[in-house]
Design a protein around this ligand. Structure first.
Ligand code: ATP
Length: 539
């Protein structure tokens, strides 16, 4: 046992000693004041400049070794999108990009943290034992678009927040930078996310905001893809493809995969990308047309394909790409190509309904940057014959060749006329002139100048081509020859029909076009993640 320490009675100081003590205290006070002034100037209050910060563990860069799958810590991250007032007063851990960083003096900083298009305001306020001024300084110096882990308490501000998607704030307790972005970025995500309306409004108010043009966006696509609108577009596109597949699977269709490397020059001499296949001439498939029909001859009854389609387009338009995603369907029919149009009708009405219901957030994000009116469509899709379409154009004083194809402008005009008359922006035009359809299209039984074919339009632009196909090999051969195709190059395809083939039909949809037109976007490059066009093969 240690001996008990005796408490000494306070000694009375002599006058001399008291004077000495007072001088000492004065010196100390002056030293402290000088130190405080120096630290205030350096932005670090309360601690000396060189000394360690007792809160140092609460901030800093995560060493690379800790990010090499070193351990499973069991920490739980909350998604930024899940930060709502239900989490008030709870401590959360989030990971996101530091979209904007703003220091207010040396004691406060605001970070807007973004994760997958959702944003939340994170606040650092100097407070004893929680946040040091050095921590604020550290946070304020993080470069934009860096990845940060933030732990903090969720609070609900009294006023609604304007600049963020989430209506809560996070009071930061720890902040660690996981990965730093370059300090100078080629494009600013905030600039890329701005709508034309905002830019114009600012211009009227005498302020010049940065406008990021389409090509620059595509050059730095990884940055451009981070905007809320782009996050919405590609999530919506995913759902279009998903609803397409789901609907067809429920209707007893089988998903198949068809080769993208094909012999010869594909379907019919159209613009294809030629290549050498082990010393044989070959090309990239311009559609899965021939193989999906062959799958019908192989008794699958109803098939669909989702995959890349290649067209060596020479035109540089707002709706043509050199590589796009084809959503293709082929099915046996019992007696009429209207059975194929019935599928189109039900599939798309259901898809549009579901997109409206399940993709509200995405549609909102897209509409914020690219304002558009929701698509108007009927419960039962309107079907007009090509002849009726021509008549409508004629009545409106627009000349169009009754046995030719419609050009982009006439298609748009017809779209407007149909909307005025029937109140729909989604409709089917069928019985096209045979001369403008591919060789495998079945002619009409009553008039060989027409065919059992159809196109489908959204807002006056084509998204689908479909038809009943010729399943009789002799007719197929003669139609191919009439269309100038060397039958030898497609002999395996034609032969498939010699062993017994059912009447059938199908259609092809362009995924990027559907999304572009559903959202009334002006360019297909906005709906292709990494577009390929006549001038672009990168990134
Ligand atoms: P368009 O007349 O617009 O050039 P198309 O008649 O050549 O189209 P199809 O070959 O029938 O079109 O292809 C079916 C669908 O594939 C089209 O309705 C469209 O949605 C899409 N599509 C066709 N070509 C392209 C392309 N170059 N880029 C993007 N999508 C395309």
């Amino acid at each position: 046992m240690e001996p008990e320490q005796q408490q000494q009675p306070p000694q009375e100081l002599s006058k001399k000693a008291a004077k000495k003590e007072a001088a000492k205290a004065d010196k100390l006070r002056r030293r402290q004041e000088a130190a405080a002034a120096a630290t205030a100037a350096s932005g670090v209050a309360g601690v000396s400049i060189d000394g360690p910060d007792p809160l140092a563990a609460n901030y800093g860069d995560v060493p690379i070794a800790d990010l090499q799958s070193k351990e499973v810590s069991g920490r739980v991250w909350t998604a930024v999108s899940a930060l709502t007032d239900e989490l008030k007063d709870r401590t959360v851990l989030i990971r996101g990009r530091a979209q904007t960083i703003r220091a207010v003096g040396s004691k406060m900083a605001f970070l807007m943290v973004r994760e997958r298009g959702y944003t939340v305001q994170c606040v650092l306020t100097v407070a004893p034992d929680l946040v040091s001024a050095r921590m604020v300084k550290y946070a304020a110096a993080i470069s934009k678009e860096s990845f940060v882990d933030i732990e903090g308490v969720v609070t609900v501000p009294p006023e609604p927040l304007k600049g963020t998607s989430q209506q809560v704030e996070v009071q930061v307790r720890t902040i660690h930078c996981v990965n730093r972005a370059a300090t100078v970025l080629p494009i600013n995500v905030e600039d890329a996310a701005r709508s034309e309306v905002e830019i114009e409004k600012a211009l009227e108010a005498g302020e010049q905001l940065v406008r990021v043009n389409q090509d620059t966006r595509l050059n730095y696509r990884v940055l451009d893809l981070r905007t809320p609108a782009n996050q919405g577009i590609y999530r919506l596109e995913c759902q279009v493809s998903n609803f397409f597949s789901q609907f067809l699977l429920n209707e007893d269709f089988v998903e198949i995969r068809t080769p993208k490397l094909t012999a010869g020059t594909s379907e019919g001499g159209a613009a294809v990308f030629k290549l050498e296949y082990k010393k044989q001439p070959a090309c990239l498939a311009q559609s899965p047309q021939l193989h999906k029909q062959m799958a019908i001859c192989g008794d699958f009854g109803r098939v669909f394909v989702v995959g890349p389609v290649f067209r060596a387009e020479d035109s540089y338009t707002h709706r043509h790409l050199c590589e796009f995603t084809g959503l293709d369907v082929e099915m046996e029919i019992k007696e009429h190509y209207s059975e194929v149009m019935d599928i189109v009708d039900r599939l798309f009405v259901e898809m549009f309904d579901k997109l409206k219901e399940k993709c509200q957030k995405e549609l909102e994000a897209i509409g914020k940057q690219y304002p558009f009116k929701p698509l108007k469509y009927l419960r039962k899709t309107l079907r007009l014959t090509f002849e009726e379409g021509i008549q409508m154009l004629k009545d409106a004083g627009v000349e169009a060749d009754p046995l030719g194809d419609l050009n982009t402008e006439t298609e748009r005009t017809l779209g407007k006329l149909v909307f005025e008359k029937y109140g729909t922006e989604f409709y089917i035009l069928h019985r096209y002139p045979l001369a403008v359809r591919p060789f495998y299209t079945m002619p009409c039984p009553d008039n060989e100048a027409y065919s059992n074919s159809f196109d489908v339009f959204i807002r006056g632009e084509e998204i689908i081509s479909g038809a009943q196909r010729v399943h009789v090999p002799e007719l197929l051969e003669s139609r191919a020859t009439e269309c100038g195709i060397d039958v030898k190059t497609i002999s395996t395809y034609i032969d498939s029909f010699r062993y017994g083939a059912p009447p059938h039909g199908g259609f092809g949809v362009g995924l990027e076009r559907v999304v572009m037109l559903f959202c009334a976007l002006d360019n297909i490059r906005k709906t292709s993640l990494f577009p390929r066009d006549p001038r672009r093969l990168e990134p």
